[in-house]
Write a protein that binds this ligand. Structure first.
Ligand code: AMP
Length: 361
């Protein structure tokens, strides 16, 4: 594919902090961004050249948006699929719609991993209480019941410890498109964020370790201190998924390190919270790399310059900004959100350490 020259307009579906950081990276490379988002005041809008405020299902607004852009990307995977597929006929959408289709549904995602010989938790589709009871014997207890679609930050999932829990769990999720997963007792949670260019070249930042609080990512430790053989396996898995999707752009694969093997939990067809450390501690950030990939530019180096610990600022934790700015070796990133609601990602910090000296989780 021919490279899009600087000055081209890049469309971003979604106006959150990921869109904002993508738009900042695009501007540094001389591109303009057009944000499409339904919200009144999306964080990405104030750093972008153009904004369309409309619903994703507004076909006319989407078509007009697409016609203004040389390429379009998305910053979250729970965007309605059909409108994206419709504009993909008008303008290159990267990553493509196949990555979106698969990553929108936990069942498709796990089927896709397994079709490539990549391990996941054992799973069964569940459409009714009888399916759930039938899943208990093959998967064992405890198990995790999840909605197939639209789940994030632990929303849309229930742990089931005994057969008595099955009926309330089913009632709680109020859906007939569910997936039951065997419970994995992992040692730690990892992710691999990588970029695949339009020429198929892959650049990864290597596995990092993620710590969650209240089901929301709290800290990412880069690099993950794991056996080299497991690190290589995590990278091989992520690269295989990107290749299988003929992926163009940055993607993240969330993994369970089970000590003797690595299993995929889920993948995100976009820049990812566990890649935010790359803004300050890698030669090329995930945001710049995504822009490079979708514009058909050569990918930059994924080399880590130092160790880093990324910490999300959730809700009123953002009020600590004066103290955080006073910490030497700490870089503060705020998303410009007006209201610090509980659970809302308001910003993050990257704490930088000489290679090999970062604190451990
Ligand atoms: P998810 O929304 O699938 O990323 O799940 C949120 C969190 O729940 C993960 O980061 C894990 O900590 C935990 N989790 C999800 N699935 C499983 C599973 N099958 N076994 C054990 N823990 C899980």
């Amino acid at each position: 594919m021919a490279a899009l020259p600087p000055g081209s307009m890049i469309g971003i579906l979604g106006g959150g902090q990921l869109g904002r950081m993508l738009a900042i990276a695009a501007a540094r490379l001389g591109y303009h961004c057009h944000i499409f988002a339904p919200e009144a005041d999306p964080p990405a809008a104030e750093v972008a050249a153009k904004i369309t405020r409309a619903d994703y299902t507004d076909a006319a607004a989407m078509a007009k948006f697409a016609s203004s852009c040389a390429a379009v990307t998305y910053e979250f995977e729970n965007i309605p699929f059909d409108p994206v597929a419709a504009i993909a006929k008008l303008v290159p959408v990267r990553p493509g719609t196949e990555a979106l289709r698969i990553s929108q549904d936990r069942l498709f995602e796990k089927d896709f991993c397994n079709s490539r010989g990549i391990g996941t938790a054992p799973y069964r589709p569940v459409a009714n209480p009888a399916d759930l009871c039938g899943a208990v014997t093959p998967l064992g207890l405890p198990l995790v019941l999840k909605t197939r679609r639209m789940g994030y930050d632990g929303k849309g999932q229930v742990k089931i410890a005994s057969t008595e829990d099955t009926a309330p769990a089913f009632a709680a999720l109020k859906s007939d498109a569910l997936i039951a997963e065997g419970f994995i007792s992992f040692k730690r949670e990892l992710s691999v964020v990588l970029a695949r260019g339009s020429d198929g070249h892959i650049v990864s930042w290597g596995p990092v370790e993620n710590i969650h609080r209240n089901h929301i990512l709290w800290r990412t430790y880069a690099p993950a201190r794991i056996e080299p053989v497991l690190a290589a396996e995590a990278e091989r898995i992520a690269a295989s998924l990107a290749e299988g999707l003929d992926y163009v752009g940055v993607m993240a694969v969330e993994l369970f390190d089970c000590g003797d093997r690595i299993l995929v939990n889920e993948m995100a067809p976009r820049v990812h919270n566990s890649g935010h450390w790359t803004l300050d501690a890698a030669v090329t950030s995930q945001f710049e790399q995504h822009i490079r990939a979708i514009c058909g530019l050569p990918l930059g180096s994924g080399e880590r310059l130092c160790d880093a610990v990324m910490e999300n600022l959730i809700g009123d934790e953002v009020n600590a900004w004066p103290a955080l700015l006073a910490e030497p070796g700490t870089k503060l990133h705020l998303y410009g959100k007006a209201e610090a609601r509980p659970g809302r990602k308001m910003g993050h910090v990257n704490r930088l350490y000489p290679t090999g000296s970062a604190p451990q989780p």
